[in-house]
Design a protein around this ligand. Sequence first.
Ligand code: PGA
Ligand code: ZN
Length: 414
Amino acid sequence: MRIKDIRWNLEYTSRANPTISITIVFSSGVIGRFASPAGASKGKLEAPSYPEGGIESAFRVLKELKTKLVGREFFSQREFDNFLSEFDGSNNYSRIGSVVSLGCSVAFAEAAALENNVPLFHWLSNGVASSYPLPLGNVLGGGKHSRGRSIDIQEVLVFPLKAKSYREAYEALVYVHKKVGELLIQRDPGFTGGKNDEGAWTTSLSNEDAIQLVVDAADLVGSELGVKLAVGLDVAASTLFDEPSASYYYRKMNKYLDKEGQISYILELIDRFNLKYVEDPLEENDFSGFSRLVESRGNKTLIVGDDIFVTNVSRIKLGIKDNSANAIIIKPNQVGDLTKTMEAVREAGLGGFKIVVSHRSGETVYSHLSHIAIAAGATLFKVGIVGGERIIKHLELIRIEEEMGGLRPATINL
Ligand code: PGA
Ligand code: ZN
């Protein structure tokens, strides 16, 4: 796999913010291309998107990288990603930024899969992938994805506990999304039809009324279609956390909750709404708070770490030691290349964590993430339900399922 050329272009995420697509051409003529997404509620320890100096510096870095890459031959994904990591030299891609590193890593992987005549998920899993994840979709949201004008909780999510096919599972989520819109017309006098960054509805209802509405929509659709649906939350608690007072601020209720208050509130929500999934219920450094939730509800609910782990092996090790989660969000751009992403997946698997591969709120119109989710052996694939940049990822999974066969759906025992 000899690199013949590397090119780049200014592109846009779904928030119409600039990002960079990177194209890698092998001497055989095959090409791979990818543009990194961008988050809004980022973990503090994520790899930075851009070098110091922003996107202009990233363009300069790419010119420098091109002189080193062109003509060079690579034999594996690991060798290519290690080359990127050494070129960066900082350990967390702070010199070149994750838009450059992940763009190159995924573009290389796509070209490599083509060169070797295998699907991308096959290339990334060395051929051992055997299942595909079920979709986990954001239907109603607030927090940083809605300019603070909806509920405090960032995301209310729905997922099937079991499905015969990805198509059936995705269709069920589409119906729940539509049903939530209909119920909002009936129950929310302030409803404008507005949707947020991930295509989830926004509402003027209270946090609890909003969750209840999603539970009702999931029940209605679930019994209509005969699919068992579950409801969950991404609290994104770091975005509610006020450091000076060490408490969580709920704007809708105009209430501050300290750590104990937050833990009791989350337990109350889990029980009242039978939540099967709770992501980032506490701020990103509260390993002990997370483990309290795993101890008391981990047998029936996924307690999921996103900002606390940032797809980073050393943070995952801390979480395993403290029993701080039973599932983890994997976002490739948090760590900056596919080798590091798969290392995080492996480490999390050793700790018995379920894998949830996730989009970012500012997504790009590429579908490589669907292959990454399969290669990671993910149980859930967290992607918004509507919007072209999300739909393309679901369609890719359906295509893989229907055209390639041989993969079985993940099962979730909760
Ligand atoms: P993002 O957040 O806006 O950083 O992509 C999504 C999430 O918290 O899961
Ligand atoms: Zn999250």
